[in-house]
Design a protein around this ligand. Structure first.
Ligand SMILES: Cc1cc2nc3c(=O)[nH]c(=O)nc-3n(C[C@H](O)[C@H](O)[C@H](O)COP(=O)(O)O)c2cc1C
Length: 328
């Protein structure tokens, strides 16, 4: 049975990629993930702020930098930030010596400013591809939606001008016309789009009256949003789509492939069940394929995408017209 699939120009041995998370930040953990079946790995993101800090730090020759990101002092442990760029580049080159699957570096970025030449250093360190984890919180009342969206294109175009390795973009769903935005991004020259990133949310601790993070890990029930949008977009884009969020078992992998995804990324399920879950998920995919008599992923990939559906409206239905009508 052929579980291979093509993503970002690579032939992957199966569709399960480990997404960027705490499991993808050391050679030891990544080796373990690959031994358990991961077909590619996205490294934990390095943050734009960390890259800029290093640049400014070098310029200021060991003086405390007047960074353009004052919030860096709130979010980063400055004891450890010093080496983060060197450590990241070493991680790429070290892990490349140990595993043969594609290694996708990841940068969390919010601008097309000084950090961009770092993309070239990622390429030179041996990364096979680069995933841009872009999220600009649409909360600035001074910025229009167009200005917000323009920032994504500025980042993407400047990175594409910098590197030859394939570039993917990981998005959120915070856009006023999501379909149009995904389509336009797919036409920039990126090789893949990951739908969607997931963010933990704020909660209030009622004892200490402070804001605390919640919902750090996803649940299987979180699959629906990316399933809907992969289904709607998979035949309308000019690049590969990769599904992320809520993929916790083999059935979810099959569903995303049926929607038209080239591959899936997993993170939370690793925290809940450990790396051996990858093998279990692949077994489930194989069993389903055997039952349905499919020999390869391409035999069924995209079969349930919106464009192939006899009832395309069902993918766009979102209101609770009939459900619960007797109660509410
Ligand atoms: C603990 C943790 C750390 C994460 N760190 C990153 C990160 O550095 N960069 C990134 O793009 N996504 C990060 N993510 C998001 C995951 O890559 C993934 O997109 C998201 O969790 C949804 O997938 P899941 O439902 O399989 O967890 C992180 C997720 C978790 C749970």
């Amino acid at each position: 049975m052929d579980l291979s699939t093509n993503y970002l120009g690579f032939k992957l041995r199966n569709p399960i990629i480990v997404g960027s998370c705490g499991y993808t930040f050391s050679v030891k953990d990544i080796k373990n993930l690959v031994e358990n079946g991961a077909s590619a790995v996205v490294l934990k993101s390095i943050f734009e702020e960390e890259i800029v800090w290093e640049m400014e730090h070098n310029l200021a020759q060991m003086q405390r930098p007047s960074t353009i990101y004052p919030e860096i002092y709130d979010f980063f442990d400055l004891e450890n930030i010093e080496d983060s760029v060197t450590k990241y580049l070493n991680l790429i080159s070290d892990v490349k010596k140990e595993v043969s699957v594609p290694i996708i570096a990841s940068v969390n970025c919010v601008s097309a400013k000084e950090w961009v030449p770092f993309a070239k250093r990622v390429e030179n360190a041996g990364a096979d591809a680069l995933e841009l984890n872009i999220f600009i919180m649409p909360s600035d009342l001074e910025r229009t939606s167009e200005e917000n969206e323009q920032m994504y294109f500025e980042i993407i175009n400047s990175v594409l001008a910098e590197v030859k390795i394939p570039v993917a973009v990981k998005l959120s769903y915070y856009f006023s016309n999501l379909a149009k935005m995904i389509k336009r991004i797919s036409e920039t020259g990126v090789k893949g789009i990951v739908l969607f990133n997931r963010f933990f949310e704020p909660d209030f601790d009622l004892d200490s009256l402070t804001v605390v993070p919640t919902n750090v890990l996803s649940n299987p029930a979180d699959l629906g949003k990316s399933l809907r949008w992969i289904s709607i977009m998979s035949d309308r884009v000019n690049c590969d789509l990769c599904a992320s969020t809520g993929v916790h078992d083999g059935k979810a992998v099959v569903k995303q492939l049926l929607a038209g995804a080239k591959a899936v990324q997993i993170a939370s399920v690793l925290y809940r069940k450990g790396p051996k879950v990858i093998g279990e998920m692949l077994e489930e995919v194989k069993n389903w394929m055997a039952e349905k008599e499919f020999d390869s992923i391409e035999d069924f990939r995209g079969r349930l995408s919106q464009s192939k559906s006899l009832n395309p409206a069902v993918y766009e239905r979102a209101q609770f017209m009939r459900y619960f009508s007797e109660k509410f």
